[in-house]
Ligand binder design. Structure first.
Ligand SMILES: NC(=O)c1ccc[n+]([C@@H]2O[C@H](COP(=O)([O-])OP(=O)(O)OC[C@H]3O[C@@H](n4cnc5c(N)ncnc54)[C@H](O)[C@@H]3O)[C@@H](O)[C@H]2O)c1
Length: 359
């Protein structure tokens, strides 16, 4: 016997339509390029959603595709990504390859009239990013960047706290994203690998572009490829942000601290049950005192309940919403290119010994 939930859900996915003829029951046919570490998560999510169907997967390495054939026998598997890009039965292309390949793959996909979800960072330079934005506009296609943390309930909760002024004036943000490895196959340094997450989160929270960016770092293992870096950003209004990135750390840490004039927040993405802690703590100068006297407030620390849903699932759904609604996604090309501009500035500053770069 069917459960109520099974009765409500269609037993089969609706028939696929082409991107241009989408009706209310249409399914977006997805081609995924890149099936390394992250690609399988995208395939799983798009395959699970009712409004999309993964029809083809490409990876240069045949060995990673072989297990897929058993799990999804209907999938077309190929080592030649061009087969996906020129396939009229593919409506949207999802790119999960190293950043050095993002521009060419996204450009060819958009030129072929496909919608594109490209993994972070959008491109290897902001000029490439701008070209993609303009091309998507000309072609009338959706261009979205996989800034997964902008779909994360903890990050969204902090954005709410900031908007409602619960934290007061935001003084500074400190972020630590460190672990042991993984060195990138395409020679990109730790800034390009790890910082896109911190930057997209911080820009989402602050809602402004930093005025000044500087960074310093070191290449310990591979000459010319920094494996440790520290980025500093100054925002209009005085908010500061600091990001510590490393592939050479004894433990994995994903921790962000926000200090406001009223409250403080600790966000630990690795904490399974209490990702967010809001501390009613602060300090202020006693204006009535003739000497310098600081009063400290040591109030409660609360951990709000978060309805946790896999952020990548929300991201994939948003991509489909944007295609069906024909409206720009929250993490569109412009959003992606803002992050790329800061990555470029931080990388440049690091190469010049920490020179402050104005944006
Ligand atoms: N949103 C997130 O949280 C998140 C997490 C991890 C990685 N990523 C991003 O995903 C992308 C991929 O990262 P990864 O860690 O999976 O890398 P990876 O090196 O593990 O996998 C990349 C795969 O792409 C394949 N590939 C490269 N060029 C190709 C081409 N032209 N055609 C077909 N296949 C090709 C490689 O063979 C490899 O299997 C990067 O942009 C990365 O920043 C995002």
């Amino acid at each position: 016997m069917k459960t109520e939930e099974q009765k409500r859900r269609p037993s089969k996915k609706p028939r696929a339509h082409t991107a241009s003829s989408k009706g209310p029951s249409a399914v977006v046919r997805i081609g995924v390029i890149g099936f390394g570490y992250w690609g399988p998560n995208l395939v799983r999510n798009f395959q699970d959603l009712d409004r999309s169907r993964v029809v083809a997967v490409a990876d240069l390495r045949k060995s990673v595709l072989t297990p897929l054939a058993k799990r999804y026998p209907a999938l077309r598997l190929t080592t030649v990504h061009q087969e996906i890009l020129r396939d009229p039965a593919v409506d949207a292309v999802v790119i999960a390859t190293p950043v050095s390949t993002h521009f060419e793959l996204a450009q060819t996909a958009l030129q072929a009239g496909k919608h594109v979800l490209v993994e972070k960072p959008l491109a290897a330079s902001s000029s490439e990013g701008t070209e993609l934005i303009n091309l998507a506009r000309r072609k009338g296609r959706i261009l979205m960047v996989g800034h997964t943390f902008e779909y994360n309930p903890a990050v969204l909760k902090v954005a709410e706290l900031l908007k409602s002024q619960e934290l007061g004036e935001l003084y500074y943000i400190d972020s630590v994203r460190v672990n042991l490895g993984r060195y990138q196959s395409d020679g990109r340094n730790v800034i390009w690998d790890l910082a896109p997450h911190d930057l997209s989160i911080i820009l989402h929270w602050v809602g402004k572009i930093p005025q000044r960016v500087s960074a310093f770092g070191q290449a310990y293992l591979q000459k010319g490829t920094a494996d440790v870096a520290f980025i500093r950003m100054e925002f209009p209004g005085g908010t500061l942000a600091h990001v510590h990135l490393s592939w050479l750390a004894p433990a994995k840490i994903r921790r962000m601290t926000l200090v406001g004039s009223k409250k403080m927040v600790l966000y630990d993405d690795l904490d399974p049950s209490e990702k967010l802690k809001i501390a009613d703590r602060g300090a202020h100068l006693d204006a009535n005192s003739t000497e310098v006297r600081v009063d400290y407030r040591m109030g409660d620390v609360v951990s709000p309940h978060l309805d946790f849903k896999e952020p990548l699932k929300t991201e994939c759904e948003h991509f489909l919403d944007s295609i069906f609604g024909n409206r720009p996604p929250r993490t569109d090309g412009e959003n992606g290119n803002r992050v790329v501009r800061i990555l470029e500035a931080a990388d440049q500053s690091m190469k010049e010994g920490g020179r402050v770069i104005s944006l």
